[in-house]
Design a protein around this ligand. Sequence first.
Ligand SMILES: [Zn+2]
Length: 369
Amino acid sequence: MIHWDFEYMLAPYVTTGLQHGRLYFGFGSVQREVVDPVEYEPLLTVASLWKSYKTPRQVFEEARDGKHKLTDASCHRAIAMLGEGDFLCEKNTLLEKDERYKRPWLYYNLNGANPATVQSKLASSHVVILGCGGIGNFMATSLATAGVGMLTLVDGDSIELSNLTRQFLFSEADIGGKKIDVLRRELLARNPECKVDVLDLDIKTSEDLRKLPKADLIILSADTPGGLVWWMNDFSIELSIPFLNVGYVVDVAVWGPFVIPGTTGCWSCQSLVAEDDAPDTRVQSLISQVNRGSGAASTGPVNMMASSGALLDVFRYLGQFGSVESTNKRIGIWTHSLRIETQNCALNANCQACGHKQGGKLNSARTTL
Ligand SMILES: [Zn+2]
């Protein structure tokens, strides 16, 4: 809702045009279709008068004067429509031409948030990225360049030739170097305002997670050892640190559930993955034989797609705007058909892992896949 005496201007992302016999005003999330041609001129006049900072009162007066001659009612309708739909930016919510965060600030405006407030929340956030491969590269780059205040990169691996198809901040010259060190160097080259710590660590047991620093969010972008996500789930619940798993199931790009302990469903609240243990020992043995020596397909686009979906949620969570889409569900994009599948992960009061956080009884926590 706009204030009659505050200054606003038409947001730079608002454009308009005629198609299919109607006026489209704004595109994307702010899009409105104006069907009645009588409404075109008042709306376009008011919008054209608002290309610089003015109060609604000033625009109203200008639109009614001798040059434009709009009626009071049509002026009010046009101003009301612009005021209700994130078409206007309040004064001091736009940055100058060469400022670093100019474009993201438009995005925060588009989402109905105050950009300065979002930027401040990002700057005071600390995110741990556990796994600095393809997804870790994309996630870390977006978070650092957007102004997240602190990142801790966790990985024990060195860079190999076969990483370069998707771990885009690494080059041939970096082969043999530690992923965390090269990634840190490349992030600081892009945004020295971000503080980047590194932790040279291969997670081998659930106890190793205790070496992670306290943070606002952990991004789990490592898929080994088996059982890691369950260890992380228990760790997250015990220390009340939110975490988000990002990865892929063969060619399905997957993120979620976004676990906020005590608030959302966790990995154990519902059945999310196929079990590899079976009551029948013969079947168990065969499953193990089939799964032995498996290796995940991994390409740049699938890594990027999972990272992109997850990043939208991470920015909404840290910046506290919009809604985090992957809470209480796990989202998968089938990359060959672009079908989106979601798995329910609603909070379960009898959950063995997080039930106690909800006032239920704590049973023995699951520690293996
Ligand atoms: Zn749970």
